[in-house]
Every structure is written in structure tokens, then in C-alpha cells.
Design a protein around this ligand. Structure first.
Ligand SMILES: C[S@@+](CC[C@H](N)C(=O)[O-])C[C@H]1O[C@@H](n2cnc3c(N)ncnc32)[C@H](O)[C@@H]1O
Length: 272
């Protein structure tokens, strides 16, 4: 589902997002410690693409002053539900490329797993830089910190599904999005050109116990935004091919496995 000129709103994911993207408790704790430390002394932080509050709610509970915007009203409703009925900090339906805030309103900006969904992600960066005060900080997780097996299955599934649907391959020349881990360098370069200085924050471990069958099953069920433009039939056929390939690589797909993921947050210090 694409709205707001080239962005992907998550309306259709609101019901399953938390179930399929939940982080283990220890990962949430380590993330909150890390980010709350970065936010300390900066004043209110704005998270663009705040979604169901997966990051913002635990930060709020740890004492960080938060605000959030999202294109998707159903995701924000879920945030309120997750908080016990009402949003515990200011939230608004808004487009990250056109933020409804005056210059220098916030002390910090957060973008977690959202920039790859915004065709004009550089405009979203410009908007964050506009609404965050000088000497503030941007905290970004561009995504892609999946366990190795999950990452390889994602790539293979995308290739198979796009081939089924006769769509251009992932990373085709026309694809200016930040999709894919390799593009974090583009993000660093864009923010560097705007005088934001990168610090790579310590890696947070993100382990999970899952069967590879479940990993593939989420893709077959169309629960990843990159496959929302594909038909159920294309997804099913791609899934069959990926299952055969994955079995050759890893054996029994129904065996529970310890998958080792890592999350790498990027901090960008803004000029005074
Ligand atoms: C993958 S979810 C991430 C949610 C949250 N940051 C997290 O880490 O769980 C991406 C969210 O960004 C929102 N989104 C996509 N494009 C947007 C835009 N241009 N402006 C605001 N929100 C956007 C989607 O609706 C979705 O809720």
C-alpha cells in the first residue's frame, strides 16, 4: 500500500506487526539503555514512523520525553492500545517528508525501520534536521540487522517472488530507496553532507528462537512490506522454491534454531 507520494503506510500490518516484529526483552532493555543515554539532556525526541510504539513506548516508560508521527492511523491506534488505552505522549498522523512542526521544535529525532519505506528519504532527513534544534542528535536504525539465515532467506524470497511477478530485481537502477543493509552508507553520506557527524553505537544482540519454516511462512503470508505488491499466488510459488533451496542449505526447516541477529544504531550529532 503506497500513499503520501511514494511512502508505504502500514495500515494492513497493524494487526500482526507486534506479533511478527517483537524484540526479546533483553534486546529491548539494551536498546532503551543505549538510546535513553543518547537522548539524555536533549529534550523531547520525535520518532518518525513511530508505528505501534515498539521503540518509543519503552523509551517513554524509561523516562524519555517522546513524540511520534506516522502515516498510518491504525498503527497509531495500536500504539494507544499498547499503552493501555491512550497515547502517553503526543502523536499525530503525518508524513515524515512534510512534518507539521515549526523549525527547532525537538531536541532529537529517531527513525527506526522507516527510511527504506520513503521514496524521498532525503527529504525526510531534511525535515528531521529542520525540526530538531542545533546540537541535537538523530538516532537511526535503517534496518537489516536480521540473523544471517533470515537475511539470506529474505534476499532469496525477494528474488524468487519478483521473478514470478516479472518485476525488476531488488536494487534495480530505478530503486532509489534505502532498502537493504548496503544502503546505510548512502544514509551516512547524505547526513554527512548536511554536517551531521556519524557515531556507530555499540551493537545490540537480537537473538531469536524460530523455525526457518516460520520465517518463510511470514513471507508467504505477505507480512513483509517489500512483498505487498505481489499476489498470493506469486508468494506461494516463491515460497515453494525458497523452501526447497533452504532445505538444501540448512536441512530440517521445522527444527527450532537459535538465530543470532544484531542491531546497529547510528547516531548523528548535529552542528551547534
Ligand atoms: C516498519 S514500521 C516501523 C515502526 C517503528 N519505528 C518500529 O521500529 O517498530 C514503519 C512505519 O513507518 C510508517 N511510515 C512509512 N512511511 C512514512 C512516512 N512518509 N511518514 C511517516 N510514517 C511513515 C509506516 O506506516 C509504519 O508504521
Amino acid at each position: 500500500m503506497t500513499t503520501a507520494e511514494g511512502s508505504v503506510a502500514f495500515d494492513r500490518a497493524a494487526d500482526y506487526y507486534d506479533r511478527t516484529r517483537a524484540l526479546p526483552e533483553a534486546t529491548v532493555r539494551a536498546t532503551v539503555d543505549l538510546l535513553a543515554g543518547e537522548l539524555a539532556g536533549h529534550g523531547r525526541a520525535l520518532e518518525i514512523g513511530v508505528g505501534t510504539g515498539r521503540i518509543a513506548l519503552p523509551l517513554h516508560r524509561a523516562g524519555a520525553s517522546m513524540a511520534g508521527v506516522d502515516l498510518s492511523a491504525p498503527m497509531l491506534q495500536r500504539l494507544g492500545h499498547n499503552a493501555g488505552g491512550t497515547a502517553p505522549f503526543p502523536i499525530a498522523v503525518a508524513d515524515a517528508t512534510r512534518l507539521p512542526f515549526a523549525d527547532h521544535t525537538f531536541g532529537a529525532g529517531i527513525a527506526c525501520h522507516v527510511l527504506h519505506l520513503v521514496a524521498d528519504w532525503e527529504l525526510a532527513i531534511d525535515e528531521l534536521l529542520r525540526v530538531v534544534r542545533p546540537a541535537g542528535v538523530l538516532l537511526v536504525d535503517p534496518g537489516g540487522g536480521w540473523p544471517t539465515e533470515h537475511g539470506q532467506i529474505t534476499t532469496r524470497f525477494q528474488q524468487e517472488a519478483r521473478a514470478q511477478a516479472a518485476l525488476p530485481g531488488v536494487g534495480a537502477a530505478a530503486d532509489r530507496t534505502l532498502a537493504g543493509l548496503g544502503r546505510a552508507a548512502d544514509l551516512d553520506a547524505a547526513i554527512d553532507a548536511r554536517d551531521g557527524r556519524l557515531r556507530l553505537l555499540p551493537v545490540v544482540a537480537n537473538p531469536s528462537t524460530k523455525t526457518l519454516s516460520a520465517v518463510i511462512g511470514e513471507m508467504e503470508a505477505g507480512q513483509r512490506s517489500w512483498n505487498w505488491q505481489l499476489s498470493p499466488a506469486d508468494l506461494r510459488r516463491a515460497g515453494e522454491r525458497v523452501r526447497t533451496w533452504a532445505q538444501d542449505c540448512w536441512g530440517d526447516l521445522d527444527a527450532e534454531r537459535e538465530l543470532a541477529g544484531e542491531i546497529q544504531w547510528r547516531a548523528y550529532d548535529l552542528p551547534a
